[in-house]
Design a protein around this ligand. Structure first.
Ligand SMILES: Cc1cc2nc3c(=O)[nH]c(=O)nc-3n(C[C@H](O)[C@H](O)[C@H](O)COP(=O)(O)OP(=O)(O)OC[C@H]3O[C@@H](n4cnc5c(N)ncnc54)[C@H](O)[C@@H]3O)c2cc1C
Length: 449
């Protein structure tokens, strides 16, 4: 190991693979390192006097997380199904409290479970991500010790948030639940395996399915193309306001209200998608005790209101969910894994094969890419061609010229236009993207201990 920890972390940032999770800052016992806000999300500033342990090299998601090894340590086995990971039960459903359900991203299940854990004394506090802190257009990790604070954190935050720099603020004598994105959950499990006291104080890891996040610069572009002046400050921002699937809602000091349905503001993705979204091979939050996504299916979408796919990864969580069902807090229906997976086939493929191809291409061009210790056993040439098209769109979308072109098209045109093109592309690429997915197998590339 030739580089120092600081050199190693600086290289991860310079190499463009830092996910901004905050783990390195959260592991710095000296507390001199910190996360700095940048247009590409939070990035670590590592102090020369830091006290970050060497083990950061084993849990930095921008560098390497050995998923097969972690599977053996955490679950005692590798999954049979590498698309969705190890599962105890799969449900579709929602929280029965109408206010929570309505204010949430999909069915309000994450908020309801966190509130229940706190009220029943299972945890002392929940570590959540809240939009609007410290400023309306920003989001931060918060230690919530009341159900009101947990409810204030409802809804997904689609820009990167450094969640794990909270670690050195946790009290190892207390018990926490946390919401994490997939690589953050995995990194946390590595720390727990290593016996890190603060990581072990986290008794429950909950998290969303995670497809794509966008850089914070997207928010500003969205305002400008909608005619909001720079001096007209944002007073409120919600990513999933209103009836499910909801809309992006931005209110400014002058009283201007911008609303864009979720399916329309997706047009920002090709221009601002984060590198972390493109490199992660984990969609279904494989190391969270409870993973929740939107229940995208005609049956649920036609009803509105909010429905989630709810995945429990162990017996303890399944027992808790059953208890919540019995108490009438959650309404859950068992869902066959096949139909639950079909709701997310495109995104599962985007991560499980797409990220592998994209990471490989990065390495071919001499760039850094993270290593997750496994690769798909086979990827057909057609699938590679599809990925070339997708990657070309992402590369072009991030050029200044294309981003400037956004300003020429009003959002009311580009939103529906993008959605139509997206649906057409989904239809055209569907066969190739789903082909072979049901028999997805992997080759473990990490050396076994
Ligand atoms: C970046 C991102 C991408 C996503 N992509 C998909 C997708 O492609 N397909 C899909 O089906 N679902 C996706 N989701 C999940 C979906 O948006 C909902 O979060 C999920 O359905 C849970 O809904 P809920 O109503 O139970 O959550 P809620 O009850 O609304 O609670 C949300 C909880 O998530 C936590 N949270 C929000 N944002 C973050 C964040 N950035 N980091 C850590 N914790 C956070 C909050 O602390 C809160 O407790 C994504 C979520 C995120 C954050």
């Amino acid at each position: 190991m030739s580089s120092t920890v600081k050199e190693f972390l600086d290289q991860v940032v310079a190499g463009g693979t830092c996910t901004g999770c905050g783990l390195c800052a959260g592991l710095d016992a000296s507390q001199k390192s910190y996360m700095r806000a940048t247009p590409k999300g939070p990035r670590p500033v590592i102090s020369v006097d830091h006290e970050i342990p060497e083990m950061i090299r084993q849990c930095c998601a921008g560098h390497r997380i050995d998923y097969p090894g972690l599977y053996r340590q955490h679950y005692g086995q590798v999954p049979e199904n590498w698309l969705t990971g190890i599962i105890s039960e799969v449900y579709t459903g929602y929280c029965t409290d109408e206010t929570i359900r309505r204010n949430s991203s999909s069915g309000g299940v994450l908020t309801a479970v966190l509130c229940y854990l706190l009220e029943s004394g299972e945890i002392d506090a929940a570590v959540v991500v809240t939009q609007g802190i410290p400023e309306p257009e920003k989001a931060s990790v918060v230690i919530a010790s009341s159900t009101a604070e947990i409810q204030a954190a409802s809804q997904s935050v689609y820009v990167p948030v450094s969640t794990l720099d909270i670690l050195n603020r946790l009290d190892p004598q207390k018990r926490y639940a946390i919401t994490c994105l997939p690589e953050q959950s995995a990194a946390l499990r590595v720390l727990q395996q290593q016996g890190h006291a603060n990581a072990l104080s986290i008794k429950y890891v909950l998290g969303p399915y995670t497809g794509t996040a966008i850089y914070p610069a997207a928010i500003e572009t969205f305002q400008r193309i909608n005619g909001v002046k720079k001096q007209d400050a944002v007073t409120s921002l919600k990513w999933r306001a209103g009836e499910w699937p909801g809309y992006l809602e931005i209110i400014t000091r002058s009283g201007k209200v911008l609303r864009s349905p979720k399916v329309y503001y997706n047009f920002l993705i090709p221009f601002f998608v984060t590198n972390a979204s493109l490199q992660s091979m984990d969609f279904a939050n494989e190391f969270a005790d409870l993973a929740v996504g939107d229940a995208w299916s005609p049956e649920f979408e036609s009803q509105g209101q909010g429905f989630s796919v709810v995945v429990s990864r162990n017996e303890k969580m399944t027992t808790l969910l059953k208890e919540l069902q019995q108490k009438g807090v959650l309404s859950l229906r068992k869902e066959p894994l096949e139909s639950a997976s079909a709701m997310h086939g495109h995104m599962i493929d985007f991560k499980k094969r797409g990220s592998y191809i994209r990471n490989r291409m990065r390495r071919m061009f001499g760039r850094k890419a993270p290593d997750f210790g496994y690769k798909p056993a086979s990827v057909g040439i057609k699938r590679i061609m599809v990925e070339l098209v997708i990657s070309a769109i992402f590369v072009l979308g991030k050029t200044r010229l294309l981003r400037l072109m956004l300003y020429l098209l009003p959002e009311r045109i580009i939103g529906p236009l993008f959605n139509t093109l997206r649906l057409k592309w989904k239809k055209v690429s569907r066969k190739t993207k789903r082909q072979g997915l049901e028999s997805y197998a992997v080759v473990i590339t990490e050396k076994q201990p």
